[in-house]
Design a protein around this ligand. Sequence first.
Ligand code: HPA
Length: 284
Amino acid sequence: MLDLTTRINEASAYVRAKSAGREWRVFIVLGSGLGGLAKQAQNAVHIPYSDIPHFAQSTVAGHSGQFVVGDLFGVPVAMMQGRVHFYEGHPMWQVTLPVRVAKAMGAEMMIVTNAAGGINRAFDVADVMLITDHINFLGLAGQNPLIGPNDDTLGPRFPEMTQPYDAELCEWARQAAKVNGVNLREGVYAGVSGPFFESPAELRMLRAMGADAVGMSTVNEVVAARHGRMRVLGFSGITNVARLSADEGPPPTHEEVMEASPKIAPKLSAIVQGVLQQWKSSHS
Ligand code: HPA
């Protein structure tokens, strides 16, 4: 079996060869129904996951499955248009391989987005939540990309997660939201495996633990990114109200999640634009 570093090197070499010499330092993961941001990229090169060595295929509706390398709001970026999830049956190393590849190619910042159920009762459908911290439900129980031998060239054996979401980047996001009149919510994201939507008792448990939103992704990518010391910024688009009791309303569906996304995407786009502008001015 090939080791992780060999896989990272082979995948990065392929992406580099297809990227027409582009250099980028910002990596953006687009969640369910949020792939539209990739269409705003200029001079874009599209690299399907199916062509990249060792990459898993995205099988979920709303996730198209390609790397998009181009200029977003004047900043060179690589975007994952569609992610792969643990619940699709991919091992954790493969779920997080794109993050490892991004790091190997020189990414310094990851902006990660997802669709999530709102646990916090102050949240409305179509709100955007800045992720200030997370509960890695699976990860704490041993399902995470760092299980197994550690490659010290990728990161330390015992990385710390004191501040997974970068304080300065969060501040840029708050400013960008303010300037654009977006009522940016903030909170803790609970990462679970899915693919089932949670039971009311499970949701009440997550609320009691301090979670404001729940979703089936993101935390694995964030652990891999922080292992590699990338700076991380995260957003949840609240696509549905997580029902804390069975009589609170109809059960959530993937269709409901997809329907909310078009209302979330423009807000997210405005915030990402503001953050990238700040990034650009701090790097020029
Ligand atoms: N639960 C888990 N994941 C989700 C949800 C939810 O309610 N909505 C969107 N992704």
